[in-house]
Design a protein around this ligand. Structure first.
Ligand SMILES: C[S@@+](CC[C@H](N)C(=O)[O-])C[C@H]1O[C@@H](n2cnc3c(N)ncnc32)[C@H](O)[C@@H]1O
Length: 224
């Protein structure tokens, strides 16, 4: 398991724990920028689980013309994100709460959820989360989803074991500080389960754009 840390210190811990973390926001924004649903004056981008604002600041940097909405239930994370964006924070719509509680239908042109679904239990919470994102997105709109996965990309169990060991080695060699009381338990799922949940929520088959050991990023689209 790879626990996450909330609030101050998050960015440093994420870089030490998540292989390739520094590229994830740039990759996610670059990917959704290829969709016409986010053209200037079109529907806003929804940054789900905005955390300390990595994807928001990258979106602002790449596409200052976009309208941004950020949702996150952590007051501490939202405060960090607002501080990171500085004056640009005033142009973002901030929602403090879980994405599942957002009202509306087909109001966003794209969504990014990096390292968020992994924090939800697979007891209906992951499906509720994905179903809410499908409801909020316009038909055809993209969702970029990145999570720590169990079982990698259809790996056999020996390779999976090696990947888990390599991830722990990667993290140990990053001189991680001792675990914090703020750490959030993770609930990784396998690839087949993710595909089933995405289909049940109303998304297309996932297309992988990123993998670093068990950290896996896919692009899906809200079905028409
Ligand atoms: C590991 S952090 C990732 C933050 C950011 N996306 C990044 O990659 O740096 C996960 C974030 O998701 C938020 N989160 C957890 N459950 C959520 C939900 N149901 N809806 C929206 N955000 C959620 C947490 O509060 C936390 O800020």
């Amino acid at each position: 398991m790879t626990p996450s840390v909330t609030g101050a210190g998050y960015d440093d811990a994420a870089q030490r724990r998540i292989p390739g973390y520094k590229s994830l926001a740039r990759l996610a924004v670059s990917l959704v920028a290829t969709f016409p649903s986010l053209a200037a004056d079109a529907a806003p981008l929804l940054v789900v689980g905005c955390g300390t604002g990595a994807e928001l600041s990258e979106a602002r940097r790449q596409r200052p013309d976009w309208t941004l909405t950020a949702v996150d239930p952590s007051v501490g994370m939202v405060a960090e994100a607002k501080a990171r964006l500085g004056a640009a924070a005033a142009a973002v719509t901030w929602i403090e709460g879980p994405a599942q509680s957002m009202p509306g239908e087909a109001c966003f042109g794209a969504a990014i959820a990096v390292l968020v679904m992994q924090e939800l239990a697979d007891d209906g919470s992951k499906l509720d989360f994905l179903s809410a994102l499908a409801r909020l997105l316009q038909p055809g709109a993209p969702l970029v989803l990145v999570d720590l996965m169990r079982g990698g990309s259809g790996l056999n169990s020996a390779v999976e074991q090696q990947f888990n060991e390599a991830l722990l080695r990667f993290q140990r060699s990053s001189d991680l500080p001792p675990p914090s009381v703020d750490e959030v338990p993770l609930h990784p799922i396998g690839e087949a389960r993710r595909s089933a949940l995405l289909a049940a929520a109303g998304f297309s088959d996932p297309i992988r754009f990123y993998q670093a050991l068990g950290v896996d990023g896919v692009l899906v689209q809200k079905l028409q």
